[in-house]
Ligand binder design. Structure first.
Ligand SMILES: Nc1ncnc2c1ncn2[C@@H]1O[C@H](COP(=O)(O)OP(=O)(O)OP(=O)(O)O)[C@@H](O)[C@H]1O
Length: 479
């Protein structure tokens, strides 16, 4: 890591007891109303700044700031041109029809800001503010991310463009959908999915010991893993995984947010051999005479789409989540996301991150030098903790060449015993933590504790024909 960065990190620490973002300054958006009294804008944002309508539960006051650097890899997508078309997989989402219907009443067929009704401010971040909103006359909730182009530096503007560029590329249930991008006066607004349950960091802090039960941690880890896998397939390295950036939708499933620190690299799909230890289905480790079975190894092939050649030298991310190679400043690739995934799992299970020190400098030193340790197990350790520790240990390997995931990406991690019981194609049919199991006809009856499963198998879903199958897998019916 370069000296300048360490100095900046160090000096920031004292003032950051409230853990405010590193480069945040009071923008004109904080001081004034959000939008000028433009004839196109019938919204006065002023009331949202001072009233109780700001929902602080969404923006946990102790959220950790991210280190940011200049954007050196532009995201390869054009945001100019006609209004956005629904993406292939998320296109059946009713939010798209609402956006299309609202836009159709406009003379030029384009969605405008006055079509939106702002309900409350959800919080503000490094780049701007986020509002909960609805389309006037339509059902469905959205979030509106607003950046004041006049109030942010060129670097932040570049980050805002990166974020918009990444959002425009996404089409995945655990990532936000960009419904529209509105340029109004000096404001850039992104209309995306709204997550009614706030962020995982706040949810964890509301629990004893700031940690989650193992089954919940496994569920969130599995969904985040799929989101990271998708991003890597697109060549996007995320670089800012932390519970603050894992939002929870109304249905309990996750959505990653904050893509301003991403970078994009080339990715080439490759078919690789993979070995999995395959115990005979439904069998125990011993045969009927009590003798230990020999482990059979199954050789399969798998498609690997990991941006293995991704390379960046910038120091970005959140201190406690930085990988050693980022701290070094010697260059890093997609492996930083797998390191952060290990820290994320650790924090969900133990209520704190593994290398946190008394100051941010101490944290960075620990990442480099300190070995990985786990709090004492105690008596009543939950089943599965040993597997979780093993997975964390394989992810938090300081040398990225030996880290799980760095070779073949997410499939390597999916095969680990901690996650091996997850039925990946049906993950959206699991009952998310904290959601009530509804009627017996609801498919979301499984838990993710490794014992109970989604009740419907893929084979059974096919009996309902493709339409039903699509509905289940797209989650349309049960969202
Ligand atoms: N789609 C959304 N649905 C619900 N809440 C959201 C949504 N997007 C952001 N938020 C909330 O709004 C607040 C501000 O989000 P934003 O992404 O701008 O900043 P941040 O998470 O603090 O990130 P950073 O400062 O690192 O860019 C956060 O507390 C976040 O939880």
């Amino acid at each position: 890591m370069e000296e300048e960065d360490v100095a900046r990190v160090g000096s920031d620490y004292e003032s950051e007891k409230g853990r405010r973002p590193l480069y945040r300054t009071q923008s004109s958006m904080e001081r004034d109303s959000y939008f000028p009294s433009d004839s196109d804008l019938d919204l006065s944002f002023t009331s949202y700044t001072s009233t109780a309508s700001t929902d602080r539960t969404f923006a946990s006051s102790s959220a950790r700031s991210s280190l940011s650097a200049a954007v050196e890899f532009p995201i390869r997508v054009s945001l100019d041109g006609p209004p956005r078309r629904p993406p292939r997989h998320r296109g059946s989402d009713p939010h798209w029809s609402a956006v299309a219907a609202a836009a159709s009443v406009s003379p030029d067929g384009v969605l405008r800001l006055h079509h939106l009704k702002l309900l409350r401010r959800l919080g503000s971040g490094n780049l701007g503010r986020v509002f909960h909103c609805r389309l006037k006359g339509f059902d469905g909730d959205f979030a509106l991310k607003v950046v004041d182009r006049d109030a942010v530096s060129g670097k932040k503007l570049a980050q805002a463009r990166t974020e918009a560029g990444v959002l425009a590329l996404l089409d995945h249930p655990f990532l936000p959908t960009l419904y529209a991008q509105l340029e109004v006066s000096h404001y850039s607004c992104l209309l995306i999915d709204y997550c009614a349950r706030g962020d995982l960091h706040s949810l964890m802090r509301a629990r004893p010991g700031n940690r989650l039960p193992l089954a919940a941690a496994r569920f969130y880890a599995a969904e985040v893993l799929l989101a990271l896998e998708y991003l890597h397939c697109k060549g996007i390295v995320y670089r800012d995984l932390k519970p603050e950036n894992v939002l929870v939708r109304a249905d309990g499933h996750v959505m990653l947010s904050d893509f301003d620190l991403c970078f994009q690299a080339d990715v080439v799909a490759a078919v690789e051999k993979a070995e999995t230890a395959a115990p005979p289905p439904g069998s125990s480790d011993c045969d009927c005479f009590g003798r230990r079975r020999r482990k059979t190894v199954e050789e399969t092939t798998e498609v690997v789409v990991e941006p293995r050649g991704a390379y960046s030298r910038s120091c970005v991310g959140t201190h406690e989540y930085l990988a050693p190679e980022v701290v070094d400043g010697g260059g890093h690739g997609s492996g930083v996301d797998w390191w952060a995934f290990g820290v994320f799992l650790y924090e969900m299970l133990y209520g704190r991150t593994p290398f946190r020190g008394a100051s941010k400098e101490a944290t960075l030193r620990n990442i480099h030098t300190k070995g990985l340790g786990f709090p004492g197990a105690g008596d009543g350790e939950e089943e599965g903790m040993a597997e979780a520790r093993d997975l964390i240990g394989r992810l938090l390997v300081k040398d990225p060449r030996k880290r799980l995931g760095c070779d073949n990406g997410a499939p390597e991690i999916k095969r680990h015993p901690f996650l091996a019981g997850v039925n990946w194609p049906l993950i959206r049919c699991y009952t998310p933590p904290g959601t009530r199991t509804s009627s017996s006809r609801d498919v979301r009856v499984g838990g993710i504790d490794g014992k109970t499963r989604p009740r419907w198998s893929l084979r059974r879903l096919w009996h309902f024909g493709n339409k039903k199958h699509d509905q289940v897998l797209n989650g349309r019916k049960w969202l």
